[in-house]
Design a protein around this ligand. Structure first.
Ligand SMILES: [Zn+2]
Length: 162
């Protein structure tokens, strides 16, 4: 079983996270909140807090991409209205310009939608694979207790060093 994180479980976790984000030293924060060590803060910042920051940045980017998409969509809708009224008025040159704009808008929309569709798949895969991989490796080493113990120690030691 993975060890519990004393920072994640801490009653003042939000405050601690804010202090970490503000760049306060591990020693200062550990001195201010009961039950924390610089090592546990280091580990928490490197894994749990980093994951949260990454997720926040992704959803921020998705929101920004969404609003760009909305703008492109409304621009495209306006272009189509101009095209329709130019056609109705028999204004061939305006209709042609609007047609070119409409094609450009469609291409941009397709590109943006394609990028939005691809991004989340990659991010989810990167974040979730390691725990699965770790259990798989440990399970595969079941017949080799020495190697398994050595790997467990190395993984735990690696976590402690953070
Ligand atoms: Zn944590």
């Amino acid at each position: 079983m993975p060890r519990r994180c004393t920072v994640c479980d801490h009653a003042s976790r939000d405050e601690i996270d804010r202090a970490l984000v503000a760049g306060e030293s591990f020693r200062d924060i550990a001195g201010r909140f009961a039950g924390l060590t610089p090592a546990s803060l280091h580990r928490h910042r490197g894994t749990h807090l980093a994951a949260i920051v990454r997720k926040a940045r992704e959803s921020d980017e998705a929101a920004r991409a969404g609003s760009v998409l909305d703008e492109v969509r409304s621009l495209h809708a306006r272009t189509l209205r101009i095209l329709a009224s130019a056609e109705a008025a028999g204004d061939a040159s305006t209709a042609l310009r609007a047609l070119r704009e409409a094609r450009g808008g469609l291409e941009l929309l397709a590109k943006l939608l394609g990028e939005l569709d691809e991004a989340p798949t990659v991010n989810v895969a990167v974040g979730s694979d390691w725990p699965v991989l770790r259990s798989t490796i440990l399970a595969a080493l079941e017949p080799f207790p020495d190697a398994r113990a050595a790997l467990s120690r190395a993984l735990a030691g690696d976590a402690d060093a953070r």
